[in-house]
Design a protein around this ligand. Structure first.
Ligand SMILES: [Zn+2]
Length: 383
């Protein structure tokens, strides 16, 4: 198996960093945009090991990082690969990652006051907005959320500049509500990684690990309710099990919010109208920084708002109608599972909306017919 060698390069001002592969033209780039303070220093090659993990496992290349890499992270990545090779055998293989030096990162001196800092990836969707709220209001955390991260180059392609600018305004507003610093990072992940959407959790984690000189935890919001039967066995690319394996001995990657059902997340966000105004769930409509109101996710989120009895205004440009609900394109069992939970809530309301309930039932029934004809699977990235 061919081994690829990777190195990290950082610009003098620290704003631009890239991971290069010797002998190959491909490179993975990161640009920090208008950082709230000096950009974080990269301590070691941990971020490169995570960033290249999907690329190498999909291409069946062994990987050598020309930097020091933490031993715990390498062990974790080996377990991560074994699980993904089991869940997604058509896509991912087990490969070997080596490094110039294998270190026990936890033995390095850590500045005491920085030990408890955490960063949360914020997309302004239901899961990350709820996690923001929960992390800022719960009182039992061993870490303190101090920063948020918004990535340009995942569901907002780099070409969608104006739309991303609008999204950034919402993320900045939400972060400001809690006195947090927002970091915005541009990346060519979509062009670099062969299945960028499926692997964007690793893409996200690789950026969070660039904060490993100053932070101890990177939070990635869970998008699947852990109350569903055997959620981890469904081959979820955002699985809490494998996400946690993107941790080094010092910088942990943690999931958050998975024990709260999506409608309860919507309800919590709905109790904060200022936060609700900034909610952006749409990923199928135009990339303009707003919700289209018409795609499956926009419709399902509005159903959640209805089921949670959240008073209007809602951040959608068009009204929820029975027709839109009926025509909702449910594309996976995971989404149908979520819609059934919402349906149960709608049915148990004191003044149930019969027309909407009937439309939801019809959408579910239509999916059933379609699924029989064409078996569908979900990738867990669209809940
Ligand atoms: Zn939409």
């Amino acid at each position: 198996m061919a081994q690829l060698r990777a190195r990290i390069e950082v610009s003098e001002d620290g704003l631009f960093r890239q991971v290069r592969l010797r002998g190959l033209p491909q490179k993975l780039v990161y640009q920090f945009v208008a950082p709230p303070k000096d950009p974080p220093q990269i301590l070691n090659g941990n971020m490169a090991a995570i960033a290249l993990n999907p690329w190498a496992t999909m291409g069946n290349h062994d990987l050598h990082i020309e930097e020091a890499v933490d031993a715990t992270l390498l062990d974790n990545l080996r377990d991560f690969q074994a699980i993904w090779a089991l869940w997604f055998p058509d896509k991912f293989r087990k490969i070997k990652i080596t490094a110039d030096e294998i270190i026990d990162e936890y033995r390095a001196p850590v500045q005491q006051e920085l030990e408890s800092r955490a960063i949360l990836s914020l997309s302004c969707g239901v899961d990350s907005m709820f996690s923001l709220l929960e992390l800022m209001t719960s009182d039992h955390r061993s870490v303190k959320l101090t920063d948020t991260l918004l990535v340009h180059g995942f569901d907002y392609p780099l070409s969608a500049r104006q739309g991303f600018g609008n999204l950034q305004t919402q993320a900045a507003g939400a972060s400001d509500m809690f006195g947090l610093d927002l970091w915005v990072v541009k990346t060519n992940w979509r062009a670099f990684c062969p299945d960028w959407e499926f692997t964007h959790i690793q893409g996200n984690s690789a950026i969070q690990h660039q904060f490993n000189a100053t932070h101890r935890v990177g939070f990635l919001a869970d998008d699947r309710w852990l109350g569903l039967p055997k959620p981890e066995n469904n081959g979820d690319s955002n699985s809490l099990v494998t996400k946690t394996l993107l941790s080094s001995s010092v910088f942990q990657t943690r999931g958050t919010g998975g024990t709260t059902e999506r409608t309860d997340k919507i309800s919590a966000i709905g109790r904060r109208p200022e936060l609700l105004r900034k909610l952006r769930v749409c990923w199928e409509g135009p990339r303009n920084g707003a919700n289209c109101g018409d795609c499956e996710k926009c419709v399902r989120t509005q159903l959640g708002l209805l089921a949670a009895n959240v008073p209007k205004p809602w951040p959608f440009p068009i009204e929820l109608t029975p027709r839109r609900v009926r025509e909702m394109q449910l594309k996976s069992d995971i989404l149908v599972g979520d819609i059934k939970l919402i349906l149960a809530r709608l049915q148990s309301m004191t003044q149930p909306n019969r027309e909407i309930i009937e439309a939801v039932e019809q959408a579910v029934e239509r999916y059933g017919h379609h699924a029989e004809a064409t078996p569908l699977t979900g990738n867990g990235n669209s809940l």
